[in-house]
Design a protein around this ligand. Structure first.
Ligand code: HDD
Length: 705
């Protein structure tokens, strides 16, 4: 499992790259070079004899317009890009499957939730929201979590996020929200950042954003790995069973590796060290057979529960605490195959909350209702026409037949005269079926109004509940995040308005952010539409409170020099790998080091190329001679300094002491001598590393701001 990045890229041999590994959902083959004849051809299939030189009038003469091979190649290249998604432009995809634990027939007739022996193929795309396609992986941002289930009764797209609530309550506000958070209109910066005037201007003038802002300023918005994020359908949906009975449902994904985040200072540095940090992590995990998994869970509730709830279940800025309606686990999703081609699959995949199947239906949530229009509309311009459902990654993997015809880029070739229905000339069909999709006959009444329901008007109570439910370190991070973002807001009254909202959420929060900004007493007085109420704490809203000790899926960086102890290195590696984690060696030179036993060990990274921010825990396995050079090396000192500042567990040899002293490492429970003795040892290091961070260290190192 512990394959090095070098060995991974070696596996991308031309033979692999050309292998026709993706026959497409319909089993059709795509043109590849797997045929015995490897001849390079044009798109029309004409063989090419020279792919290096254009056709010229004489070796030094002008290029001829006649060169159809050159023109085809350049024309195709000129059109290789399509408009990037207006939001969620940067994404990473993977294939896998979903399998239910047992039949969910009592709630839903959805075909993929009936039989525990049936695996339903899925394609998942994770994304950041605000940044462009080439932006960094670790901005402070919401993560998209979109799953396409290729069920036997059509595609079901669960187009969610890693945060269970949303910024706005009505789709009417989505363009404003997105305009405000993306690069500012005149200057085209900042890229992939909410820390600027326009976002906070909009947010502070839209009190409904408050609850989501608390989540966005929490560690949820800087995940350690896409394999460690939760996912939420956000809206209330409906399950419908065979009897036509409807229940409300909220969808949840829970990562089997636990939910985990990085620290903000670490996120900033990771973006510099490896701006593909999440994309690479997901790809490498799947490539090495360490398949990420999530449990699919639901909160199912009836009308009586909905009526008793303090908030409106149609309001996407509210969640239902797990303590109120517990989660029921329905099954597991495993991602076990990387895309063959990023563009064909991850870029062209078209999700849509309106892609539902019999057994699943919508609620009247006005945000969801607006989304039902937006997603098809955006694919029309993004993918160029109405036939995007024929692109292999979007195609259903069940029979798909109707009388829709033609249009740009039509791929299938329907035979016959019958392109209408009813018809008598094609008795073989297709025809309507009682099994077909039936919308719940939910009664509707009322005048045509442009109004926000009064039941949507409490914007602070759940934000308060979220803040109060966090541990002390998590609260400090939220305070710091607000201070960081607002410090980038140049227009002072905007800052003051935000502070006013924070006071309504929780005076402790408002005051702490004021203090961190050096703006004591400057909050604007804001009159809430509805006074907040105190709700019971919900411990499941905290990442730290529900953290489980686990090292699986993590990476331990081992700093080595010439003369490193062979046995110690081998013992560290086997202890880490026994936990399902991975070791990578960091050395002064990429050629590696010569161990005390005379063995040449290749390195995975140089010190500046593999800074400690990309690891979950570190080991300093340096020799006495080796350390003398490292203390004079700024990158090595910073490597150790950062590991300590980011609260990581540090295992070390006694010979590493000069380097730790130079890096101002103060001995604490997270600094562990791995050579053993009465305390410490590799086991103690592993036990500590499984808890990921020594939170007690943090107050000794930083104050909010
Ligand atoms: Fe959206 C993409 C999730 C509200 C309009 N959205 C998009 C993606 C995700 C979400 C994960 C990326 C899908 C992919 O990977 O291709 N969006 C959400 C969630 C929302 C939400 C969880 C609130 C609960 N979105 C929302 C609203 C609108 C849109 C209210 C418009 C009225 N979203 C879009 C879009 C996108 C999109 C513009 C851009 C690219 C795409 O659809 O395919 O149509």
């Amino acid at each position: 499992m512990a394959r090095t990045p070098a060995s991974r890229s070696d596996s991308n041999s031309p033979a692999d790259a050309y292998a026709n590994r993706n026959p497409g959902p319909g089993g059709e083959t795509h043109q590849t070079a797997t045929s015995p004849d490897q001849t390079l051809t044009t798109n029309q299939g004409a063989p090419i004899s020279d792919n290096q030189n254009s056709l010229k009038a004489g070796a030094r003469g002008p290029t001829l317009l006649e060169d159809f091979i050159l023109r085809e190649k350049i024309t195709h290249f000129d059109h290789e890009r399509i408009p990037e998604r207006i939001v969620h432009a940067r994404g990473s995809g993977a294939h896998g499957y979903f399998q239910p634990y047992e039949s969910c027939a009592k709630w839903t007739k959805a075909a993929f939730l009936q039989d525990p022996s049936v695996q339903t193929p899925v394609f998942v795309r994770f994304s950041t929201v605000a940044g462009g396609a080439g932006s960094v992986d670790l901005p402070r941002d919401v993560r998209g979590f979109a799953v396409k289930f290729y069920t036997s009764e059509g595609n079901f797209d669960l187009v969610g996020n890693n945060i269970p609530v949303f910024f706005i309550q009505d789709a009417m506000k989505f363009p404003d929200l997105v305009h405000s958070v993306k690069m500012e209109a005149d200057r085209a910066f900042p890229q992939a950042a909410s820390a600027h005037d326009t976002f906070w201007d909009f947010a502070s003038l839209s009190p409904e954003t408050t609850h989501m802002l608390l989540w966005a300023m929490s560690d949820r918005a800087i995940p350690r790995s896409l394999r460690m994020i939760e996912g939420f359908g956000v809206h209330t949906f409906r399950f419908i069973n065979e009897a036509g009975e409807s229940t409300f449902v909220k969808f949840h994904w829970r990562p089997m590796l636990g939910t985990a985040s990085v620290l903000w200072d670490e996120a900033l540095k990771i973006n510099g060290a490896d701006n593909d940090f999440h994309r690479r992590d997901l790809w490498n995990a799947i490539d090495s057979g360490d398949f990420p998994e999530w449990e699919f869970s639901v909160q199912v509730f009836d009308q009586a529960t909905a009526d008793a709830f303090e908030f409106d279940i149609l309001d996407a800025t509210k969640l239902i605490p797990e303590e109120v309606v517990p989660l029921t686990k329905l099954g597991k999703m495993v991602l076990n195959r990387n895309p063959d081609n990023f563009f064909a699959e991850t870029e062209q995949v078209a999700f849509h909350p309106g892609h539902v199947v019999p057994g699943i239906d919508f609620s009247n949530d006005p945000l969801l209702q607006g989304r039902l229009f937006s997603y098809t509309d955006t694919q029309l311009s993004r993918l160029g026409g109405p036939n995007f459902h024929e692109i292999p990654v979007n195609r259903p993997q069940c029979p798909m037949r109707n009388f829709q015809r033609d249009g740009l880029m039509r791929m299938n070739n329907p035979p016959g005269r019958a392109n209408y229905e009813p018809n008598s000339i094609a008795p073989e069909g297709p025809r309507e079926s009682p099994r077909g999709f039936h919308t719940v006959a939910d009664p509707v009444e009322g005048g045509k109004v442009r109004e926000r329901s009064e039941t949507f008007s409490d914007h602070y109570s759940q934000a308060r509940q979220f803040f109060r439910s966090q541990t002390e370190p998590e609260q400090q991070h939220i305070i710091s995040a607000f201070a960081f973002e607002l410090a980038k807001v140049a227009i002072v009254p905007i800052r003051q308005r935000v502070l006013g909202h924070l006071h309504l959420v929780e005076p402790k929060l408002g005051k702490a952010v004021e203090a961190a900004l050096g703006m004591e007493g400057q909050a604007e007085q804001i009159k809430p539409a509805k006074a907040p109420i105190d709700l019971p704490d919900s411990p499941t809203l905290s990442i730290i409170k529900k953290a489980v000790p686990i090292l699986k899926g993590r990476k331990v960086g081992v700093l080595v020099t010439d003369g490193a102890d062979d046995k110690l290195l081998a013992d560290v590696r086997s202890a880490v790998e026994a936990e399902g984690a991975m070791v990578e060696l960091v050395a002064p030179k990429i050629g590696g080091v010569k161990t005390a036993g005379g063995k040449q060990l290749p390195a995975d990274h140089t010190i500046s190329g593999g800074p400690s921010v990309v690891f979950d825990a570190v080991v300093l396995a340096v020799s006495k001679d080796g350390v003398a050079a490292l203390v004079k090396e700024a990158a090595a000192v910073e490597w150790v300094q950062n590991a300590f500042a980011h609260l990581k567990f540090i295992g070390h040899t006694s010979t590493a002491k000069p380097l730790m002293d130079k890096a101002s490492v103060v001995p604490d429970a997270g600094v562990i001598a791995i050579e053993g003795g009465s305390e410490g040892g590799i086991d103690a290091f592993i036990t500590g590393a499984k808890t990921h961070r020594l939170w007690e260290r943090e107050p000794t190192l930083r104050t909010p701001g």
